[in-house]
Design a protein. Structure first.
Length: 580
């Protein structure tokens, strides 16, 4: 079968079968090898003939068809299937388009209005007066002014709703989404809430009733406690969670519940390690998850996570933090974990994220601190230091990404990573189906086969993913990065394949030291390429970790945490903090 026909067959196999992702990657790679890149034997990017693909309109239509099928596969939860997701909700949910029409609604929403399609005005009549006014204002902003609506809670007697702008990734259209805040309680969720916020069993009982809209008088009768006792318990819950009010409390619990479903329980939380989860509300109303790890009185350090591996660290890394007296403050970047999507386009995220990170520094009272990054987090760390150098005293980068600009960089990458970077650089319209297909495999078969596709058997990184003490954590990290869809990976890849070294040049010119800690077996960003990159700048050094790959932060955290400790003690005021 010719390469093109084999690729087309693989496209439709992957659209129908999540487990066909690996075959799709192989077929696409083989097709490129025999058309655009001539078996990946490249010496210069000018040798690439991407025009042969761009001119093949029939193939482009097959890719578009694949993307549409993946987006409509509601049983796979593809990130673009907004209408299918809303129609399949068990609770009240609906979408309003830019013309003010209901574009999709759940069976519960239809039943609530006796089979009729509800109007926004009819829904507003069910809400408390202030919240009805907020809903009407949101509809006006969405339909009349064509503006985005920040997430907000709407209260009725028996339920709470969340309203916000939702974007369909398959079509690019924006809708006003209105969904019931539903929480599925589980032992994992209760452990997470109790440990993160130090809630008592009595407070947990009250919290469970609060999130379904039960009032103080009803809870007083249910628990045989005075109304004053129930109110005091609610005040304690609000203080411990930092929610500030019942609306934000409901939002925090619903976001956490939505994102922990089906994921392995975090071992750090089960064992009572020094981990704390905060949900901050940014000035524009977006939610931002922040994980704190390390001793509560430790020296504060900002941590920016990578593309597929989040901010949760394994036991040995937590031991290092304790030994060196460091506390990591790790925001989940927009679209990761519990954090809401960013307001701007993917290509502008490195510069836009600075505002969110400065908000985090201000919230935790950090005038100046060291910044630790992992893999692609290096881009955002350098962008932050270049924009606000007075807030960053130095940077430590674990397995840092570097700009992928030369032919030999593409050639030396592992097959899947090479394909992703290649498509982003030369044919970005073909990338979303590839990413969606990978996420479909992940959701159908779990994170194990997905990690096997990224890290080939026989490599040190593959061995790390198989370690019993790391396997569950790495699987949770993959869910952390992909539960919101393909946009996080798309955004980060867009930055990897452009020349962002200007951020590093400005940071070094301002005298901020940078330490790159890199495994000598890193398959995606080889040590020789890091040596060339770091050799271009002053105030930048490279430290080699023998026998480590891209997962060095999880595999051998000691040299990385030690480098952070070194920089945290350098210079006047490095890492100093003030009370929030």
């Amino acid at each position: 079968m010719p390469d093109r026909d084999r690729l087309i067959a693989a496209i439709y196999d992957a659209a129908a079968d999540p487990n066909a992702y690996e075959r799709f990657v192989a077929a696409l790679s083989e097709y490129l090898e025999n058309t655009a890149v001539r078996a990946w034997k490249l010496r210069d990017l000018s040798e690439i003939d991407i025009g042969v693909i761009e001119a093949d309109r029939g193939l482009a239509l097959h890719f578009a068809n694949m993307n549409e099928r993946l987006a409509q596969a509601s049983d796979r939860g593809a990130p673009g299937s907004l209408r299918e997701r809303i129609a399949g909700r068990s609770g009240l949910a609906l979408l309003i388009d830019r013309q003010g029409h209901v574009a999709s609604l759940s069976p519960a929403a239809r039943a609530m209005f006796q089979g009729d399609v509800p109007t926004a005005e009819a829904l507003a009549d069910l809400l408390h007066a202030d919240d009805a006014r907020r809903l009407r204002n949101a509809v006006t902003d969405h339909v009349v002014h064509q503006r985005s609506v920040a997430p907000g809670i709407l209260r009725a007697e028996a339920f709470h709703l969340v309203q916000r702008t939702l974007r369909c990734e398959a079509t690019g259209l924006e809708y006003l989404g209105i969904e019931a805040l539903t929480v599925t309680w589980s032992p994992h969720l209760e452990t997470l809430l109790e440990t993160s916020f130090a809630l008592t069993p009595a407070e947990m009982r009250v919290l469970r009733r609060l999130v379904v809209g039960e009032n103080v008088k009803s809870m007083s009768r249910r628990f045989a406690r005075s109304e004053g006792t129930v109110r005091n318990q609610i005040k304690s819950i609000l203080a411990k969670t930092g929610a500030g009010g019942l609306a934000n409390l409901n939002r925090i619990v619903a976001l956490i519940a939505e994102n922990v479903a089906g994921a392995p329980a975090p071992s750090a939380l089960r064992t009572g390690a020094s981990v704390k989860l905060d949900i901050l509300t940014l000035p524009d109303g977006r939610a931002l998850e922040v994980r704190q790890q390390g001793p509560a009185d430790g020296h504060p350090v900002l941590f920016i996570h990578g593309m597929l591996f989040g901010s949760e660290l394994p036991g040995p890394a937590l031991d290092c933090l304790k030994r060196y007296g460091l506390r990591l403050i790790a925001p989940s970047r927009p679209n990761f974990g519990l954090s809401d999507p960013p307001p701007g386009p993917p290509e502008a995220e490195a510069d836009r994220l600075v505002e969110d990170l400065v908000f985090v520094l201000d919230h935790y009272g950090l005038d100046r601190t060291v910044c630790l990054t992992n893999i692609v987090g290096a881009i955002y760390g350098y962008a932050l230091a270049a924009a606000v150098p007075e807030r960053i005293s130095g940077l430590v980068h674990a397995a840092a990404s570097i700009p992928v600009l030369k032919a030999r960089q593409f050639v030396s990458m592992p097959p899947t990573q090479r394909l992703i970077c290649f498509l982003m650089r030369f044919a970005p319209a073909f990338l979303p189906p590839l990413l969606q297909s990978g996420i479909a495999q992940l959701r159908a078969s779990g994170a194990g086969p997905f990690l096997d596709t990224l890290y080939e058997e026989g490599t040190c990184d593959h061995a790390v993913t198989q370690r019993p003490d790391l396997s569950d954590l790495l699987k949770r990290s993959v869910h952390f990065a992909t539960d919101r869809g393909y946009l996080p990976a798309y955004t980060d890849t867009a930055h990897v394949v452009r020349d962002w070294s200007g951020y590093a040049a400005k940071t070094c010119a301002l005298g901020r030291p940078s330490i790159h800690v890199h495994g000598d077996l890193d398959p995606q960003y080889p040590l020789r390429d890091l040596a060339h990159f770091t050799g271009r700048f002053q105030n930048m050094q490279l430290r080699r970790v023998e026998g480590a790959g891209q997962l060095v932060l999880f595999d051998q955290p000691e040299p990385i945490i030690r480098a952070v400790a070194e920089l945290a003690g350098q210079g006047a005021g490095a890492g100093e903090n003030r009370a929030p």
